[in-house]
Design a protein around this ligand. Sequence first.
Ligand code: ZN
Length: 373
Amino acid sequence: MTAEPPRFIGSEIYRKSSFGPWHPLRIPRVSTVIDLTRAMGWLPPARYVASPRAKPAALGIWHDPAYLAALQRAEAEQVVSDETRARYHIGTHSNPVYPEMYRRPATGAGGSLLAGELLADGGVIYHPAGGTHHGMPDRANGFCFLNDPVLAILSLRRAGARRVAYVDIDAHHPDGVELAFAGDPETLLISVHEEKRWPFTGALGDDGGGNVFNLPVPRGLNDSEMAAVLDALILPRVAAFRADAIVLQCGADAVEEDPLSRLSLSNNAHWAVVAALRPLSPRYLVLGGGGYNPWSVGRLWAGVWATLAGHDIPDRLPKPAEAVLRSLSWEGNRRGRDVPEHLFTTLRDAPRAGAVGAELRARLAVLGRRAAP
Ligand SMILES: [Zn+2]
């Protein structure tokens, strides 16, 4: 254990970077979190760590060198051949050619690699630009060019953490992370994700050989249901695993306002998971992930930092923080017009409690009967 206060890994590379005018990742996300937490007085310079950009050799601990070379070439040339597109899935609608298409993911990966080193003696790190959980060793996948959660786990391990618990509450299944660690008894993987949604992996019965717990959830998942998932699945499994490190992928796309999923959480549900996992391991890394509504993602992730760093979230934001939220725009989405006032003036959503569905209870019971990995 260490007394070192939580640290925030960020970079300015995300501020003006866009995947293109029609892509869900055209919106600012990490820069909003930095601006909001600074406006709140929650992010003094001593707590902020600028993310290094990972070199190809460092990424090569999991990624294929030929793919990394293709990615760098695509960034330099800003165009890809049909052959490169077919082989590496770059230059597609999901994984487009854009100006920082190597430097940006390499900075996210560099932050996650650094986090593993900084946590060698224990502590808490927040890296909201991380969480690109779909990246594959030799191709881009689902807006993810690299897989920084995999690299974070490998880095934690290299820095002395043997048993790593990875928890993923993004609306989508972390197919890349499961590919990397299925069958590894020293890695516990737990994913809660919307059923019948891309990438269509992560079925209830998919146990990865014993160390993987996949919970597909029906659309409309509410805060009460997420609390049940936390109490019945996440906390007991992680506690029993006695992890040397916990990595939480805290994607912000499972909230009601997100345009890419049909789940109905409020950000209170995410913050509850963030807080509850913290005491269960000496090393704790919280990553970002999905999140495609510029207001809900900025508010949720700023609240994650408040939760980790021990700041009270006020009922109404002070003017400088409100100004950050009012400065955002969301072109090309109807929800970018007539934005509800509370998305400018608050961080905390109204709770979205509800009944815990029978289907969800049944699936939790199935996972509850599984043996420990
Ligand atoms: Zn997602």
